[in-house]
Unconditional design. Structure first.
Lengths: 498, 514
């Protein structure tokens, strides 16, 4: 049933395209139906997998026998939670795009194609197939931003596409190297990820190839200093696209770095650990500090994504189960929280106030006029700061503990990053929602009525909020899946078989 | 030569004969039966005849499998050459369909006859196993294509393009012939396999290096590799679009297949002793330099182009560089089947995408007067199917899945990395190719941005402006759209299921290699 998440999304894209032009406005219902169906398939299909079990093969057929490539979809404890996250994010994104009126069919078709690519990456267990889906996702991203985006959209979209593609070029090189290296051993499927993870590989080879995968995928995960596409891209993107970008697409990079980097090259990670620990910590700290001085509300959230993705990358290279598990949990958690924050800024605030400048928002008394938006932002902000009771707390704490075990210094600096995170959320909250305008203006004019928050927005926000609070209170729901998965990824390293 | 040998020749060269017959039939019918008929009707009849000839040749290629028979050592017929010829016939028929809109000339019969004769030349190139026949194929193709480029007599660019194409072609042919004479002098035979046998184990020989470098000039010209590329941008831009499409697709496929076979059959492999091993046969460094120069110059120069056809020309040069990586990978017997299959797959899928892209360029040119990039603005709204086709072709050229260019790139690069005795060179070239791929992606995406994203705010006035053209009705479903959709379906199908072509190709290479 799980492969249907992928098929339904791609079928949905076709169905929306084929939807009659007369009812173009209703295309969103079709998109919602397909996204919901995909999400339900993900949850229902996931029941077949028991936490801690071995790899569950879903489909495995020869695809390009000439190259030894298989169509191989499977789940384990690490990708299943991400599949669930994708379902949630997809549905929420459509709810927050309810007001897209410009070429809605093309918009939702590209949106569903992107979702399909994301599901494909998460489910693939053949590296060629994974890379295939990874690159499929580039084009919908570009057009979603360039056509339906806002501030400097063509620039942002091009920058995002070029960064992704340049990262892909590195991954491509790594893929080729691995293919040639693995094909030298007689084997049926040289790019079967599960088999590759078990094979011992020459440490020198690992040291050369690991950074190709980690940096190449890391570009999309906001690896500092290659993260600069992220803020511009997020800001330029339409709300649903920035929710998806920050919510799921950045996770593609992190997931690729985990699955094709950390899991396949234990000796490579060990050799490069300090470098990437340093870059991850720099991302956390500098991303947060830059977010602190932004004037544009959306840029604050954009840079906060870089900072939070730093936790993911940090966890990936801690090389202990807690850190690695925390990284995967942080992917899920940040997917929910970033989606929520972008929804508040892009849809609830910007579509109504038509400005995102924090100084201008300060004069609008949004807390009184959009109480739901303010409330959502307070909760999402608390989650983003990593307060207990929200998913961010468990995830970032696990990463911190993992980092402490690996390199205490990294954990200490990261702690400072958490403080910065609280500061920029607090500042944005205070400026955008909690500032009373100077007395003379309040007396003179009564501001025009803002369009009230609509039902789809409320539903979407509640969906994401419920998920993040649920994960915060019961992290075991997904941690039981993630931790055994993380242990099995690290097993070759622990056994010393590098 | 006795009768039996002639019958054998007719059997082996059946497809070529059929195409040549079709060429004569087109010419004859146009000059007799269709005399005085409206030009459009003449074109329709010519396309029908071309289609019949192409169909007959394709049937012959599919139904009469002749395996590894060689006629006096001149002519090789094996499953691989048959497969490539099938592709060439298909490309020729698509080009003929595109030429339905060739309203720039009333030399209808000559137009289609020359196109078919060029196809015969390409098929001869694909099947040649002897230096004499190689040269014959190159010249037959060239001499048919030069007048085709010049056929648009009213266009000032066409004449310039044809002259440039002709002068460069003639010079390249002369140099190649000179190189061939050296090869003959060194080995005492014109048979490709015989040359290889005579040259094997000679060690480094300056004369051999000279012979190889001179011989490569002609191939380099045919496939538009730097530094023999100078004709390409002008010829692509100035030539009537169907002709440019054929030069970019058919001529490229046959040229690369011939180059691959020439290298694989006639030139010795590197020995396995030491650093100088790479240089012993002489061709490895030469091809490596051509590949590097083509990739770098093609990609960088494409960035500056403002005309779709010129951009495609420079991108073709860049792709020639990638294809030369596959040629390089032919060094080494173990790697040879994979490298040859990769070469043909890449060249074939490239040809399909290139032909489609030129179909779109032809449409734009017909409606806006020129294929300048800014005439593409708003194409996504004016002609959605055509624009979708353009997206498929350009993204395939950029090497993005799920399109055919992606597995092609993977296969070629993997074959290049597997090259024995040239590990560092190939690795370096693959790294350069991958570093340049975002550049390529950028200029393709820029075109798509114009077609889909940029809003045409104000329509420039005048009859040349898009949308104001006298023909009007740009979204009418024309032949360009049909050809583009067909090619796009092929590119998408081969991207989703590369095995459809790779499977038969690998089987053919195995059988042919025997």
């Amino acid at each position: 049933m799980l492969p249907w998440t992928l098929y339904l999304s791609l079928l949905g894209a076709l169905a929306v395209l084929a939807w009659p032009r007369r009812w173009a406005g209703e295309a969103r219902w079709v998109a919602l139906a397909f996204a919901l169906a995909g999400g339900v398939c993900g949850v229902a299909g996931g029941q077949a997998y028991r936490p801690g079990a071995e790899l569950l093969t879903l489909v495995r057929v020869p695809w390009i026998p000439a190259l030894g490539v298989e169509y191989f979809l499977a789940v384990d404890g690490l990708n299943l939670p991400l599949v669930w996250l994708t379902g949630l994010a997809a549905v929420a994104g459509i709810l927050f795009s309810w007001n897209v009126t410009e070429h809605p069919r093309a918009f939702f078709a590209l949106y569903l194609a992107l979702i399909g690519g994301v599901y494909g990456v998460f489910l693939s267990f053949d590296l060629f197939l994974l890379f295939f889906f990874y690159e499929v996702a580039i084009i919908p991203k570009y057009f979603l931003i360039a056509r339906w985006g806002s501030t400097r959209r063509e620039y942002g979209a091009m920058k995002l596409a070029l960064y992704s593609f340049a990262g892909s070029a590195l991954v491509f090189l790594g893929l080729l190297a691995l293919y040639v290296n693995a094909a030298a051993d007689p084997g049926a499927a040289p790019l079967d990820l599960a088999a590759l993870a078990r094979q011992p590989r020459d440490p020198t080879f690992q040291r050369w190839v690991f950074p190709l995968f980690f940096v190449g995928f890391g570009v999309l995960a906001g690896l500092w200093p290659l993260h600069t596409w992220a803020p511009t891209g997020h800001v330029a993107a339409p709300t649903a696209a920035s929710m998806l970008l920050a919510g799921v697409v950045m996770k593609l990079g992190a997931y690729g770095a985990l699955r094709a980097g950390v899991a396949l090259f234990p000796a490579g990670v060990t050799a490069w650990q300090d470098v990437f620990l340093g870059l991850a910590v720099a991302g956390i700290l500098l991303g947060g500090l830059v977010a602190l001085v932004q004037k544009d509300f959306k840029f604050v959230i954009g840079y906060s994504s870089v900072s939070h993705m730093g936790f993911v990358l940090l966890g990936l290279v801690t090389l202990n189960p807690l850190g690695l598990g925390g990284a995967v949990l942080q992917m899920v958690s940040h997917g929910l929280i970033a989606g929520l924050l972008f929804a508040v800024v892009g849809r609830m605030v910007y579509d109504r106030a038509h400005t995102r400048e924090l100084d201008e928002l300060a004069g609008l008394r949004l807390a009184r006029r959009l109480p739901f938006a303010a409330g959502t932002f307070v909760l999402a902000g608390m989650a983003s700061m990593g307060l207990p009771g929200f998913s961010g707390f468990v995830a970032e704490l696990s990463v911190l503990v993992g980092a402490w075990e690996a390199r205490p210094a990294a954990a200490v600096i990261t702690g400072a990053g958490i403080v910065v995170g609280a500061a920029y959320i607090g500042r944005a909250l205070q400026k955008a929602f909690a500032t009373e305008p100077p007395a003379e203006t309040t007396a003179t004019e009564e501001p025009e009525k803002l369009e009230p928050i609509t039902l789809p927005e409320r539903l979407g926000a509640l969906l994401l909020l419920a998920a993040t609070v649920g994960l915060g209170l019961f992290p075991g729901v997904v941690m039981d899946y993630i931790l055994p998965g993380a242990r099995s990824v690290l097993a070759p390293l622990r056994a010393g078989g590098i | 030569m006795n009768n039996a040998a002639y019958i054998q020749l007719f059997k082996l060269a059946g497809p070529e004969m059929l195409i040549a017959l079709a060429a004569l039939a087109v010419l004859l019918v146009d000059l007799t039966l269709m005399r005085g008929a409206p030009v459009r009707a003449r074109r329709v009849i010519a396309v029908l005849l071309t289609g019949v000839g192409g169909f007959a040749a394709a049937l012959y290629l599919l139904q009469v499998p002749l395996r590894a028979v060689s006629w006096g050592g001149l002519w090789a017929v094996d499953p691989l050459t048959q497969l490539v010829k099938l592709g060439l016939v298909g490309l020729a028929v698509l080009t003929a369909v595109l030429s339905l809109e060739a309203d720039y000339t009333d030399h209808v019969g000559e137009h289609f006859a020359l196109l078919l004769l060029a196809t015969v030349g390409l098929m001869v190139m694909a099947g040649a196993a002897d230096l004499v026949l190689v040269f014959l194929g190159l010249e037959l193709t060239g001499l048919s294509l030069y007048p085709l480029v010049a056929l648009n007599k009213a266009g000032p660019r066409a004449t310039e393009a044809a002259l440039k194409y002709f002068f460069f072609g003639a010079l390249a042919a002369a140099v190649t012939l000179f190189g061939f004479s050296f090869l003959y002098g060194l080995s005492g035979t014109t048979n490709l396999a015989g040359i290889a046998a005579a040259l094997r184990g000679r060690g480094f020989d300056p004369l051999l290096a000279l012979a190889v470098v001179f011989s490569l000039v002609g191939f380099g010209f045919k496939v538009a590799a730097v530094p023999f590329h100078l004709w390409a941008p002008d010829a692509y831009q100035g030539a009537p679009t169907p002709v440019a499409a054929f030069i970019a697709s058919g001529s490229k496929l046959a040229g690369f297949f011939l180059l691959g076979r020439f290298v694989a059959l006639a030139l010795p492999e590197s020995g396995d002793a030491g650093r100088a091993a790479l240089f012993t046969p002489g061709w490895v460094p030469a091809v490596a330099v051509l590949a590097l120069a083509s990739m770098v110059l093609g990609n960088l120069a494409a960035l500056a182009q403002r005309d779709l056809k010129r951009l495609l020309a420079y991108s073709a040069i860049a792709h020639a560089g990638y294809l030369l990586l596959a040629v390089l990978a032919l060094n080494g017997a173990a790697n040879r089947p994979a490298a040859l299959a990769a070469l043909v797959y890449y060249a074939g899928t490239y040809a399909l995408a290139g032909l489609g892209a030129f179909a779109v360029a032809g449409h734009v040119e017909r409606h806006a007067g020129a294929a300048a990039l800014n005439h593409l603005t708003g194409l996504g709204r004016r002609a959605p199917w055509l624009a979708a086709g353009l997206a498929v072709f350009l993204l395939s050229l950029a090497g993005l899945p799920p399109l055919a260019g992606f597995p092609a790139k993977f296969y070629v690069f993997a074959a290049a990395l597997n090259t024995p005795h040239a590990g560092a060179v190939s690795l370096g070239l693959v790294v350069v190719a991958l570093l340049l791929s975002p550049v390529g992606f950028y200029y393709y995406l820029r075109v798509l941005k114009l077609a889909f994203v940029t809003e045409s705010e104000k329509r420039p006035a005048g009859p040349d402006a898009p949308g104001n053209s006298p023909q009007g009705g740009e979204n009418r479903f024309g032949v360009e759209t049909a050809v583009a959709l067909l090619a796009a379906a092929g590119v998408l199908g081969l991207g989703l299921f590369p095995q459809w072509l790779l499977g038969p190709l690998q089987a053919a290479v195995r059988e042919a290699g025997g």
